[in-house]
Write a new protein. Sequence first.
Length: 303
Amino acid sequence: MLGKRFTIIGGSGGMGKVFGRFFKKHGFTITLFARNEDKLKKAAIELSVNYELSLEKSVKNADIVMISIPISSTPDMIRKIAPFLKENAIVFDITSLKYAVFKALTEIKNNFPVNCISLHPMFGPGIKDMKNYFMMVLKVGGTDQYDELINELLNLFKFDGLIITETLPEIHDKRIALTLGVPHMLSILFLNLLRSTNEPLNELTKYTGTTFLLQKVFAESIIQREMEMFGEIQMENKEFLKILDLFEKLLHKYKKIIEEKNITGFSEIFSQSLEYSKEDDYFENSYKYFYEFMNILKRENKK
Ligand SMILES: NC(=O)c1ccc[n+]([C@@H]2O[C@H](COP(=O)([O-])OP(=O)(O)OC[C@H]3O[C@@H](n4cnc5c(N)ncnc54)[C@H](OP(=O)(O)O)[C@@H]3O)[C@@H](O)[C@H]2O)c1
């Protein structure tokens, strides 16, 4: 049976606190670990839980250890805590990239009697509850109690309405390059392109059509968040450079079409994009959603 002592490494961070609240609600005793004592103490007070400044002490009695620190530091942290963990403990990370983390978790489950799983919640620290959000799950393996303990853990999430999809590291990282890396990059470049024209954004906004307004809201919501994480999601994923190569070629082709006023070429790119979107189950609703978002923005503007 799943034990109730839960430790979060990176417990003072945004995601650490989301999971801290979740597990506390499910009756777990929470301990937070991080390096900066002031921030850690503040988080522990905010959540009414314990904190610990020694890494070894924070994990050695834990039944479940969650690692919620930057992507590039996670594999080393997994290897560092492994010798301190108790038998049958569960270890999981929540990083947005899986290749290196999965390798480290596989290494420790082969050398220590622990149970490893890798999770990727597809939401940020701003959520109110987990209902109807998605989470990617990569099962790594462990002791003879693995299936029982991991199922119990996953059932907690399912109970709160989280939608779980099982995947593998290579597939995960390739798709994440497209579903996180690309929209993040386009938002950063969108704002940077506007900036490079020296047009003040408030002036541009007066010339706003519906598409620009929504694009701007989306890009501005991205750019206000954690720069380091967005950088890591693109730089630490070797799949992302391949996407950039494709993008470069596509942009080059697009520029030529526009320069040459090649309406046939334009129509070809346009219809290819349309045909691809028609594969989407939600395609029919997109135009409706677009105007629903617009109505929300209009209401906000009236206030
Ligand atoms: N934010 C999101 O939208 C989101 C979504 C899905 C998944 N994730 C994943 O969640 C993880 C955490 O993200 P976050 O947004 O919560 O980050 P965050 O708010 O920056 O928090 C990071 C936490 O890790 C601690 N930390 C940083 N480096 C450390 C190290 N080397 N050793 C020990 N503790 C360290 C920090 O405290 P100290 O600096 O005081 O140690 C802090 O408690 C990342 O792996 C990210 O990929 C994030």
